[in-house]
Design a protein around this ligand. Sequence first.
Ligand SMILES: [Zn+2]
Length: 311
Amino acid sequence: MSTLDAAHFHNDEAARKMIEGLRWPNGPVCNHCGETQRRYPTKREGRFRCGNPECRKDFTATTGTVMESSKVALHKWLTAFYMMCSSKKGVSAHQIHRTLGVTYKTAWFMAHRIREAMREGGLVPPMGGEGEIVEADETYFGKTEEPHVSAQRRGRPYTRSSGPRDKRAIISLVERGGRVRSFHPGVADAHNVAGIVRDNIARETRLMTDESRLYIKVGIEFSSHETVKHSVKEYARGDVNTNSVEGYFSIFKRGMRGVYQHCKEKHLHRYLAEYDFRYNHRVKLGYNDMDRTLEAIRGINGKRLTYQGTH
Ligand SMILES: [Zn+2]
């Protein structure tokens, strides 16, 4: 039996039970007030009523999640989660539309909500640590729709340059042998890059970058800052290299070009969240397709995305 033969991919009821089990391992919790004891089932399967006299609201396992108020059956949602979690390069809205028999528009919206579930939320611990290596690098993907002005340039007349300022900047931090975290700052200037590096990497870490000037100043704050000089064709010196982050960029770009092609700049952070998520739950870190799918479903909570929010 293949993974996709399981009941939760074909039956709405089974899908709901699975989501309930993931969200409420100790029984239903009221999403409105957090009540865990006083609640009772209503006549409608899957719908509970809160027994807290201050609340009394109804809730289901998808209240307050990316699936809230969606008319799409839950087993189709789970199938879309599985499709996006098991593919290497991503899944087009067109493919979801054809596989699930939902409209293209619905498929597109589902894909964005699934990306939202994949996004790391809340307080995330710093990357790296003592003896650990974090590689940082920037790349550019697609043209910007509005010219970005760096903090240093603010207040001065903007002159359009033909350099990377016209392109969408991406900064990624990759723990050697571990996780990635990607960002889309307006401009990859020293100020923005330093902020990202400082906020996300533990100071005890060995920071590794190429010879870019963007990291020189902030690099001093770390246990060490080692660089490879790509300009003189130096790609590794001992364990000093940026191969992990470059490998990540190549997966991202190959997928974006092959599957998504057109991506509006305001959605770029969600595509990054999707590629980050798959990388952070890759086979090498012990996740199979279904583990990865379950992890994404665990991320549905508290990530309501309105239709307006995606356009
Ligand atoms: Zn309640």
